[in-house]
Design a protein around this ligand. Structure first.
Ligand SMILES: Cc1cc2nc3c(=O)[nH]c(=O)nc-3n(C[C@H](O)[C@H](O)[C@H](O)COP(=O)(O)OP(=O)(O)OC[C@H]3O[C@@H](n4cnc5c(N)ncnc54)[C@H](O)[C@@H]3O)c2cc1C
Length: 381
């Protein structure tokens, strides 16, 4: 029989590295299929990693709010900022309360390199299956086998397979009879139906919008892209969209009423990129001329810019998504420990769990908070 290891952590991404950083004394092996640790951290936030946000609420996430709140009660954004400050990193705050590394995401990965030096990291090692017999877990990798007393699944979501993402965490959860909340790409652009194909000619243009999906409102920039629409407001909207209609206000903080008698040409009057105004005028067969010359019907058509409703065709898929919504059902995980309620000593942390945040540092905060909660339990046991 293999030597029995105290704890095996599957995945050297944000959550796995944070769990390992909480531990010392125990024999730990972190198993990672990539040739390096923290691959997603390194490419995140345009290479500067948006670590967290000034304001973190359960309502910023898709998932069970009680479960999410319970985890953040134990380790929140202020605890995280303190933890990294103690290790020499004082992130810079940018717009919308977002905290980024000062120079590059390497600053954060270097902290984790130091913190996990005391443990064994098995790189280029892909986990294929885990089983439990008696009190012990048997971890099968492509080139090795491990036997462990405890296992932490920190294998992340399904997006960006080119840097190591896999469905192994979900498969393992299912093999232990956990239920999986249906997964889908999140924080991703929308593809368009025929009626909106005229957007494609606007590729590269960005404008401030508010997007409404049911009772959720997502604001920020919308970017017209070659394949559809993207940009922060759209990425947030993708978190809440399943199928059906979204409504875009292309003129937030602007109303038509004070301008209806204006002698200015419509394309000059509207606070939008001119090519965007002209594309809509063209689409609605309205001649660009002074606002006060428009017929009632034309005015009504133009007012649709305040609530332009349509159903996206789909999204850009996992290869472009920043996150995966869905995952291991959080009702089956103890929010005080992150241990499975079904299998003793099996833990789930990070994106593999059915908790997904908006754009703005929310997903790393979840990865780190859930990891610390898990680490505290492992330490205490
Ligand atoms: C382009 C991009 C930019 C992003 N930017 C931000 C941002 O700025 N701020 C933010 O909050 N969030 C951001 N995110 C989301 C964030 O990166 C993730 O939510 C976060 O990394 C999740 O942490 P995790 O530990 O659960 O998973 P990961 O960090 O993905 O780590 C999982 C690890 O498990 C490994 N693994 C998977 N399968 C196996 C296997 N079979 N065997 C062994 N190892 C395996 C993977 O290689 C990976 O290293 C971004 C995501 C992307 C794709």
């Amino acid at each position: 029989m293999n030597k029995v290891i105290d704890i095996v952590i599957i995945g050297a991404g944000a959550s796995g590295l944070m769990v390992a950083s909480q531990l010392e004394g125990e024999e730990i092996v972190i198993v990672e299929s990539n040739p390096k640790i923290g691959a997603k951290i390194l490419i995140s936030g345009g290479g500067k990693c948006n670590i967290t946000n000034q304001s973190i609420e359960a309502s910023d996430y898709l998932g069970n709010p009680y479960f999410i709140e319970e985890v953040f009660k134990q380790f929140d954004q202020n605890d995280l900022l303190l933890w990294i400050a103690k290790r020499g990193l004082k992130p810079k705050i940018r717009t919308r309360g977002q905290y980024f590394c000062t120079q590059s995401a390497n600053e954060l990965v270097n902290i984790f390199k130091k913190e996990t030096k005391k443990h064994t990291i098995a790189l280029n090692t892909e986990v294929q299956n885990i089983s439990k017999r008696g009190e012990l877990f048997y971890i099968e990798c492509a080139n090795k086998k491990y036997t462990a007393k405890k296992v932490v699944i920190a294998s992340g979501g399904l997006s960006y397979a080119k840097i190591g993402a896999s469905d192994i965490g979900l498969k393992i959860a299912q093999s232990f009879e956990h239920t999986i909340i249906a997964t889908n790409p999140a924080l991703v652009g929308f593809t368009l139906q025929k009626e909106q194909f005229f957007f494609k000619a606007l590729s590269g243009i960005s404008t401030a919008v508010e997007i409404r999906i049911g009772d959720k409102l997502c604001d920020g920039a919308l970017l017209f892209a070659h394949k559809g629409i993207s940009g922060p407001a759209v990425l947030d909207a993708s978190l809440f969209w399943q199928k059906g209609i979204i409504s875009i206000d292309f003129l937030p903080d602007w109303s038509f009423e004070p301008h209806l008698d204006s002698k200015k040409f419509i394309s000059s009057l509207l606070p939008l990129p001119k090519s965007l105004s002209k594309a809509f005028l063209n689409e609605w067969d309205i001649e660009d001329r002074p606002m006060n010359q428009l017929s009632k019907i034309e005015r009504e058509k133009l007012k649709m810019l305040k609530e332009y409703s349509f159903a996206p065709a789909g999204n850009f898929g996992y290869s472009k998504a920043e996150a995966t919504k869905g995952g291991v059902n959080s009702n089956e995980i103890d929010s005080k420990t992150m241990m499975s309620k079904k299998v003793k000593n099996l833990y789930f942390v990070g994106e593999v769990v059915d908790v997904t945040g908006k754009l703005g540092g929310y997903n790393f905060q979840w990865a780190f908070s859930s990891a610390v909660v898990c680490g505290k339990d492992l330490k205490g046991s």
